[in-house]
Design a protein around this ligand. Sequence first.
Ligand code: URA
Length: 195
Amino acid sequence: MVKIDTILGILSRQIASCKRCPLYKTANHSVPGEGSSQSSIVFVGEAPGRKEDETGRPFVGRAGKLLEYLLHSINLRRKDVFITSILKHRPPKNRTPKPQEIKACSYWFVKQIAIIQPKLIIPLGRFGLEFFLPHAKITQVHGTIKEIPGNRGLRIFPMFHPAAGLRSLKRKKILFDDFQILKHVLDNEHFSLSH
Ligand code: URA
C-alpha cells in the first residue's frame, strides 16, 4: 500500500510547480502544509505570509507562534496535527486573496483533505470558513461544530485566525476559550489524533 506521506509528498511537489494562478510568479516558496498525515484534525488558515514564503513552512511567523501556544494549551504539538492554508503561495505584500486565486488554489486543499480524510477541520479565520460555508460569519460560528452538507459527515470547528488574536486581546481570549471547547470535543468524542 502506498503510504499517505508519500502521496502528500508527491502533492507538495506538484504544488511547488503550480501555475493555476499567477501567485507563483511573486512567491519565493510554495507552502503546501505540514504535520501528521495520520491526524484526524486539520487546521486551515488563509495564505502564507513573509516568513512562510521564506521558509516554505506554514504558520512560522508571529501568528504561528500564537497557534503553537494555543495548541500547547490543550497539550497538542504541531507535529500531532496537520496545518495548511487555503492558498499555497503568498499574495504580494500579504494582500487579501482574490476570489479567483482561492478558487484555483483550493483545488490542492480539496486533494489534501481527500488524502488525509480528517474527522474535523478547523478553519482559522474567514477564508477557511467561507470555503466550507460561504455565507457564514466567523464572529457568529466560531467555537461551534458545523456539519458540511453533502460531505459524508465532515464537520468543521471554525475559530478566529491567530493573527486576529495578535491584534485584539479580546479575540486572543476567545481563541483560548475556543481551544478549550475543542479539547472537550476531542476528549468527549474519543478522537484519536491518528486514525
Ligand atoms: N497565516 C496563514 O493563514 N497561513 C500561514 O501559513 C501563515 C499565516
